[in-house]
Design a protein around this ligand. Structure first.
Ligand code: AGP
Length: 624
């Protein structure tokens, strides 16, 4: 999730913009840049790495190396009073200076900064190239500058509105034109964009912290809106150009709350960012309903057809995401899948063959055990793919190829949005392999793709709809000293992940078991009031799960069940039922995990614990 800041107004803005970027550092980034407009000329400085590198590059520009430009003369009366700045969390194109934003059009007259994903970037790139446009970066974002150039006829707002019509995806961007030193134009499609209204000045940003120290007057920009901003204020239209009236609001948050987008903790903010994380992870990989596009992954179809086994290695939450993937991929591709905890795999002298595809899942890309397991598999001839959330991380160097999740920086130690993004990535791999190997009827592939595309809004809906019920259950159960989680088939990894979440942030001992295993021992753990959390979503084994629910209730356990909307049989069997929306049973884990994340969260909060930084835990485990 990139950081955007734009300014237009009465003050020289170079340092204002860089200060705004500093307030967005918490979003995570790998490069940054700034463009300033003065005397009809746009000047840009970009730098890889953190903001001190950008400051160094700006200082170098200040000393006229390599040129005289708006960045150089940005302070004092002569300074530029309009500009754009950006922190990049790379998704398309490597971490390089050329790929850092802002990006310009062919004549460097139009500059843009963008947060999000342009789904139809390949199509548009081909069209624009055929029209004679030249590209200087590998990014999807640069497309927008050229699209505005395509439509520009003296009116920047109109050109942005028309460019907006050509785009598909999940993004927000801001544009500046050398001929218009008094106006910025932005557009929003899902990704956040907000206006900060000051005295004879205004900001446009992806998050309030960017300008909170300068103004608390904000104007929300909703999805599918275009906003034109100048020193006097802002005007909003819909994609047809019709004006939309909106009140300016006063923000009362302090800087800490602003960083958390008004949520009390990073974990809660990240739980609410899951719709965006999944939407961006599937975005341009599902350009249509007809199939999955994994052209960014270096696995050719011949190898995909010849793969005789898939081995998934990971740790912690990433291991649980892999386990969900195992059920789905095996079902759709009929390829045997082996799962292993990375710290076990690397020391068990595993049998590896050249027909193996080894998938290492690691959100940080730096977990020592997972890296070592991937290296071992590679040394022994397997093709190694990394699924990671961090571009440029060690995993991207150790693997033969990488499929990125796009959840943005995750600050809370307890993984949430990276889990659902990883599960979405596993579904993409399963569907792609199934379509290449022809093991899953195309109408089923289309049906699952349609369901996956509905997922971001279903996730949003679920988080909203289950919140009160989960809070109530957490209130009732917060003093319990042990929780048991039960599930079967694809519900089991959801249980394992739910149990891990409660354990790691509330320090309450939990156990998660394949429900069929109960009678072989764990049932002895139950007494009168043991809370048992059961994933009982619709699946071919629901009946079996219900008989296990009856088993534990017979021993007095207090059963909390996660069920599929409309499946009332569960309500009759459990003490408390939490419903999630209906979708294909294989995709249910993306929804069933949400109430379990919230349950762990509310119990830990109720016990006054620091959920963002639990004791004894680090976000990235680089030790052996
Ligand atoms: C999960 O909430 C934990 N933070 C931990 O189990 C984590 O999943 C594990 O350390 C793996 O991290 P990775 O995905 O960065 O490799």
């Amino acid at each position: 999730m990139c950081g955007i800041v734009g300014y237009v107004g009465r003050r020289p803005c170079r340092d204002l913009l860089i200060a705004g970027l500093e307030k967005l550092e918490y979003r995570g980034y790998d490069s940054a840049g700034i463009s300033l407009l003065a005397d009809g000329h746009i000047d840009t400085v970009r730098a890889v790495g953190n903001l001190s590198n950008l400051r160094t590059a700006v200082a170098a520009a200040q000393n006229g190396q390599p040129r005289e430009g708006a960045v150089a003369v940005a302070t004092g009366d002569g300074g530029a009073r309009i500009g754009l700045a950006h922190t990049r969390w790379a998704t398309h194109g490597r971490v390089t200076e050329e790929n850092a934003h802002p990006h310009g059009d062919c004549g460097d007259q139009i500059h843009i900064v963008l947060n999000g994903i342009v789904e139809n970037h390949s199509e548009l790139h081909a069209e624009l190239t055929a029209e004679g446009h030249g590209f200087t970066s590998e990014t999807d974002a640069e497309i927008v500058a050229h699209l505005i150039e395509r439509h520009y006829d003296g009116d920047l707002t109109e050109a942005v509105r028309l460019a907006f019509g050509d785009l598909r995806g999940h993004y927000a961007f801001v544009a500046m034109h050398a001929d218009h030193p008094d106006v910025l134009v932005g557009a929003r499609k899902e990704c956040p964009l907000i206006v900060g209204i000051g005295t004879e000045e205004a900001f446009l940003a992806s998050a309030i912290p960017a300008f909170l120290s300068e103004t608390r007057s904000v104007l929300q920009v909703e999805t599918d809106e275009i906003v034109t901003v100048d020193a006097e204020g802002a005007s909003i239209t819909d994609p047809s150009g019709t004006g939309i009236a909106r009140e300016v609001e006063e923000v009362t948050w302090d800087e800490d709350a602003a960083e958390k987008a008004g949520y009390p903790t990073f974990m809660m903010k990240e739980i609410h960012e899951q719709p965006e994380a999944v939407a961006e992870t599937i975005a341009d990989r599902l350009p249509t309903l007809d199939g999955v596009d994994l052209s960014e992954v270096d696995i050719d179809e011949d190898f995909a057809r010849s793969v005789s086994r898939i081995v998934i290695v990971a740790c912690g939450t990433s291991y649980h995401a892999g386990l969900v993937g195992r059920y789905a991929i095996e079902l759709w591709t009929r390829i045997p899948i082996e799962m292993d905890i990375a710290s076990e795999y690397r020391y068990r002298d595993p049998v590896v063959s050249e027909k193996d595809l080894v998938i290492g899942i690691t959100q940080s890309g730096e977990t020592a055990d997972t890296l070592a397991a991937m290296r071992l598999a590679k040394e022994r001839g397997a093709k190694v793919m990394a699924i990671t959330n961090v571009m440029g991380s060690q995993a991207t160097r150790d693997a033969d190829t990488v499929l990125y999740t796009r959840a943005g920086l995750e600050i809370g130690v307890a993984a949430t949005k990276t889990f659902t993004a990883q599960v979405a990535a596993m579904y993409l791999i399963g569907l792609w392999l199934a379509q290449v190997r022809g093991t899953f009827p195309i109408e089923d592939v289309r049906r699952i793709i349609a369901e996956l595309k509905r997922m971001p809004s279903m996730i949003e809906q679920t988080i909203e709809s289950v919140d009160d019920r989960v809070r109530a259950i957490a209130r009732a159960q917060a003093d319990q000293r042990f929780f048991l989680y039960l599930g079967r088939n694809i519900g089991l990894p959801v249980c394992l992940e739910g149990a891990l979440k409660l354990r790691e942030i509330s320090y309450i001992p939990t156990d998660a078991y394949a429900a069929g295993e109960m009678k072989h021992g764990p049932i002895a753990l139950l007494d009168e009031s043991t809370p048992v959390v059961c994933v009982a979503t619709e699946s071919p084994v629901l009946e079996k799960v219900l008989s296990n629910v009856a088993e534990v209730r017979a021993r007095g356990a207090d059963v909390v069940a996660i069920a599929t909307e409309g499946s009332t049989v569960v309500e009759d069997a459990a003490d408390h039922t939490i419903y999630i929306p209906r979708t294909d049973w294989v995709l249910q884990p993306l929804l069933a995990i949400l109430p379990l994340q919230l349950l762990a969260y509310y119990i830990a909060r109720r016990n006054g614990l620091n959920v963002d930084q639990p004791r004894n835990l680090a976000k990235t485990v680089t030790v052996e």
